[in-house]
Design a protein around this ligand. Structure first.
Ligand code: ZN
Length: 323
């Protein structure tokens, strides 16, 4: 028992040290671009083709701190401008990354996820330990969407839903559930700086690659975003549950993702220095049986969850908010 405890303590310490220097998480490259594709088939949103932009009047209920550099932007125009539900959802799916969660003091442990942004956008797990509040943030904004709907304020109903969706989507990205395979952390803990750079490179190159595939409208990526299936029954499913579920499914996949990235990107990803792949060469569509094809399969597994969970969240909102 005693030696087991020692091992557990060691692993916790190692991971805590690792997480302390973990890069701040940004997650999927362009939530807005992906969301626009995912919601193309949500015909029920057509009932909300004209929604008037309204002033933010939620200071009494929307009380969680925002970053000092965050400013409320109205992309479609100021209050009174006419927009649509689909535009609001796509335009503000990225809003939580616009300094909303940066430079805040939220938890004594937030350094373990690279700062306040990582703390709010991640749900990193090791054994029974969890670092971050991603699922709670998804729920927080969902609940505010309920409040806005109760007030008859459709603009903020959809804008708060877009924010809730951001966190649910983040948590379907594997590296938001665990920063690296535990074996890699233990093996490389002796060269700690290198380990941190390795993790940052794996995280960001994956997102860059995914973002480019979406930007170039890769057929496989488009198909996955369009076809992600929502949960059939939504009873008992909440925004927070979707977030937790996403990380639970994503964590084991990191063990496959990591070595595939070594093969596909090459060993420079583990060089210990910031490195980004040559975007001109990696843009070709993967040939079957190549490491790139295997890599696509794994990314598309989580992208399918991103799509399906987004649809499920909208389904929950449609039912729960009587939209
Ligand atoms: Zn995020």
């Amino acid at each position: 028992m005693r030696s087991r405890s020692k091992v557990a303590c060691f692993v916790i310490l190692v991971v805590a040290m690792f997480l302390t220097a973990a890069p701040s998480a940004s997650a999927w490259n362009s939530h807005g671009a992906c969301t626009a594709i995912i919601i193309e088939d949500q015909r029920w949103l057509d009932a909300y083709r004209t929604v008037s932009v309204t002033e933010w009047t939620y200071a009494d209920v929307d009380t969680e701190a925002t970053g000092p550099n965050f400013t409320l932007r109205y992309l479609e125009g100021g209050p009174g401008t006419v927009t649509s539900a689909t535009a609001i959802l796509a335009n503000y799916a990225d809003e939580p990354d616009w300094y909303m969660d940066t430079d805040l003091s939220l938890s004594a442990f937030q350094a373990l996820t690279g700062g306040s942004q990582g703390w709010r956008h991640c749900y990193a797990g090791l054994g029974w330990l969890r670092f971050g509040t991603g699922p709670a943030r998804a729920q927080y904004f969902y609940d505010l969407a309920v409040t806005a709907k109760d007030k008859g304020d459709l603009y903020w109903t959809f804008r708060y839903l877009a924010r809730s969706m951001h966190y649910v989507q983040d948590l379907t990205q594997q590296y938001h559930g665990v920063p690296a395979p535990t074996g890699i952390i233990l093996k490389n803990i002796g060269s700690f700086g290198t380990l941190v750079e390795m993790c940052a490179n794996h995280h960001y190159n994956m997102e860059e690659y995914q973002g480019l595939m979406v930007a170039r409208r890769s057929p496989a990526y488009m198909r996955t975003l369009r076809d992600g299936k929502p949960f059939e029954a939504t009873k008992g499913i909440t925004a927070a549950w979707l977030g937790r579920r996403g990380t639970w499914l994503g964590r084991p996949e990191v063990r496959q993702l990591w070595p595939l990235e070594n093969t596909f990107f090459g060993e420079k990803i583990n060089s210990g220095e910031a490195w980004t792949f040559d975007k001109t060469t990696a843009l070709r569509t993967a040939k079957p049986g190549t490491p790139q094809a295997d890599y696509d399969t794994l990314i598309l597994t989580s992208l399918e969850r991103m799509s399906g969970y987004t649809r499920t969240l909208l389904q929950i909102a449609r039912e729960g908010l009587s939209l």
